[in-house]
Write a protein that binds this ligand. Sequence first.
Ligand code: MRU
Length: 355
Amino acid sequence: MPRLDLDTLRPAVAWVGDRIEIIDQTELPGELVVVELDSVDAVVDAIYRLAVRGAPAIGACGALGLVIGLDEREPSDVSSARAALDQLAEIIGSARPTAVNLRWSVDRVRDAATVGTTPDEIRSLALSEALTIIDEDRDACTLIGEAGRAELAGIVNIMTHCNTGRLATAGWGTALGVIYAKAAAGEPVKVMASETRPLLQGARLTTWELQDAGIDVTLMSDGSDAAAMAQGKVEAVIVGADRIAANGDTANKIGTFSHAVNAHHAGIPFYVAASLSTFDLDLSSGAGIEIELRSGEELTSWRTEPTAPDDVPTWNPAFDVTPADLITGIITEVGVLHPPFKESIRAAFTTGGEL
Ligand code: MRU
């Protein structure tokens, strides 16, 4: 029987006693280590080194980070509190560039708090908005799960990439939210999790959290996807997203594009699952999405062990962009969006999904 009571599980990001507590995801699956973040430097560092990761979770952490920053700076009047909000949104919002949720969250907290008329009120508005963002994300995950469950009725064997579950969001997750919703409804579901080089979010995190929930999961290497599809082991692919442009082009963890190409070749549906906070309607296509380039050391070593000569030139983009025409549907909290995405995405933001 799956074990699916979110309230009994430690959240990836929590506000506890005027501090942020995160599960340090760099330590999983070995140990469940909880780290307290009590300074802006610690927040930025945790986001950058992927101790907290996944677009909605870094959005939640960044939003609470503004409160930490106000507490650290102790502004004595309204104008210095407002200036601090602007600076903090800029500093924290730049910690990682690709996930739009981070910038969206810090801007939302800044805008909600800046109308306060005392430093105390500004701090209280900032905290309340950050906690609202977290609650909304939890609810969005539940709705995404249900929308995806209806869309993928009868599909059992699902492949996913990276980690999009309770470690990456404030709820059950986006792509993994669909898996959890199926399991909670008593429907059969089997997950193929690709390992997700170079930082192994699929191997370390997705298999850990699905096993913890009692859900059937098999680990596969990233490069085995085409073979798995050819052998009939995959009926559908569902991935998350870090930023979705107005035409449906989707940035997600490096390797996603290649899974989409292979799914297309195999005639397998390829879904993206994400909340509306992951869309960037200012971008007409994925060409405008900034892709985070990370240190080559993530390729040339694992912790202290070399995996390649340390002087070999490297190229280490953290994300790629899957063109919209490879995507079967985008599963959101207002329903499943289908092509043509320009129209269905516009409808999701204007009429709540009605075309
Ligand atoms: O570099 P990461 O681990 O933060 O990348 C995470 C992903 O690519 C996820 O698929 C995405 O953020 C969606 S999480 C619901």
